[in-house]
Every structure is written in structure tokens, then in C-alpha cells.
Design a protein around this ligand. Structure first.
Ligand SMILES: [Zn+2]
Length: 165
């Protein structure tokens, strides 16, 4: 998974009517973002990660890109995200906040900025399957992806097939 995949998976845990909050346990954090940080998530990381997610959501999923840019610049300042070379591990970004939530903030704010810098932000779409509220980045060459996953695509194909019977 790229850091953009992690960002989109985390945004997908938001409570979106009629679906409830999906980021409940440390296990959820591990599953979604465990490999994005060197620290291990703990129960005290849940709240700051949810807050970060909710701050990132309007920048990534909103249609106002000027506002999105301001949100991301502000988040980078707030977390004091700086480049670092560390001990020969290559270029990475650090936030002033320690621990898993802090490391994740650096990774995800950068991922969201990358969407803007590469123009992929224009290709963030919401799944067209009824009842699905998952957003995804359409990186297909033809820019015609309509479903978030093969599962949603199959579900819709089965439905269309049945309607024709
Ligand atoms: Zn879907």
C-alpha cells in the first residue's frame, strides 16, 4: 500500500450517514496504517488519529481546492512537519508530535499534498454503487473508473444482470 492508499483507507473509516465511525480499536489502526510508522499504535493514538483524519477529509474529499491547499499548509505548520535523513534510511518526514499518531500525521499530510502536487486530487471520486460511500483515486488511464472496488463493481454487474432477467 502506498501512503495515498493508507490515506484513502483511513478517510473511509469516517462516520458518513448512515454508516457509523469505523475507527474503534488499536487493531483498526494497525490494519490500516500499521506499516506507515515505526512506532506501534496504542489506545491513546485513536483520538489524535481520528482528529487528523477529520481534518484531512475536507482537503481530500472536498471540492474547494483552494480551501484544501490552505488546510494542508496549516496542518503541515501545526505538526511542524520537516524533512529528515535519519540514519541512512532515506528521505522521510517527521512531525513535532511523537509516537504513532505523530509519525502518521507526517506521512498522511505529505500524501494529501502529493495528491495536489501531482494533480491526482482532481481524480478523487466517490463510488457509484448505491449505499457505498467509499472514495478512491481514479488512476486508470481512461479516467473512467466508477466503483471503489472489484466487490462493488461485481455487485452492480449482478444487479444489472438480474434486472434484465
Ligand atoms: Zn464501493
Amino acid at each position: 500500500m502506498t501512503s495515498i492508499d493508507v490515506l484513502m483507507a483511513l478517510l473511509d473509516t469516517r462516520a458518513v450517514d448512515p454508516w457509523p465511525e469505523l475507527l474503534y480499536e488499536v487493531g483498526d489502526l494497525k490494519r490500516i496504517a500499521g506499516h506507515s510508522a515505526r512506532s506501534h499504535p496504542t489506545i491513546s493514538d485513536l483520538r489524535p488519529v481520528r482528529r487528523l483524519r477529520d481534518e484531512l477529509a475536507p482537503a481530500v474529499l472536498g471540492r474547494d481546492l483552494a480551501k484544501g491547499r490552505r488546510i494542508l499548509d496549516e496542518l503541515a505548520r501545526k505538526h511542524a512537519i520537516t524533512p529528515a535523513l535519519g540514519d541512512g534510511g532515506g528521505l522521510h518526514f517527521r512531525s513535532a508530535t511523537d509516537g504513532f499518531a505523530g509519525e502518521l500525521a507526517a506521512v498522511l499530510v505529505l500524501a494529501a499534498m502529493e495528491l495536489y502536487a501531482t494533480g491526482l486530487i482532481e481524480r478523487v471520486c466517490e463510488c457509484s454503487a448505491p449505499g457505498c460511500v467509499t472514495s478512491f483515486v481514479d488512476s486508470s488511464r481512461k479516467r473512467n473508473r466508477t466503483f471503489c472496488s472489484a466487490a462493488c463493481g461485481t455487485r452492480m454487474r449482478v444487479r444489472r444482470y438480474r434486472e434484465r432477467q
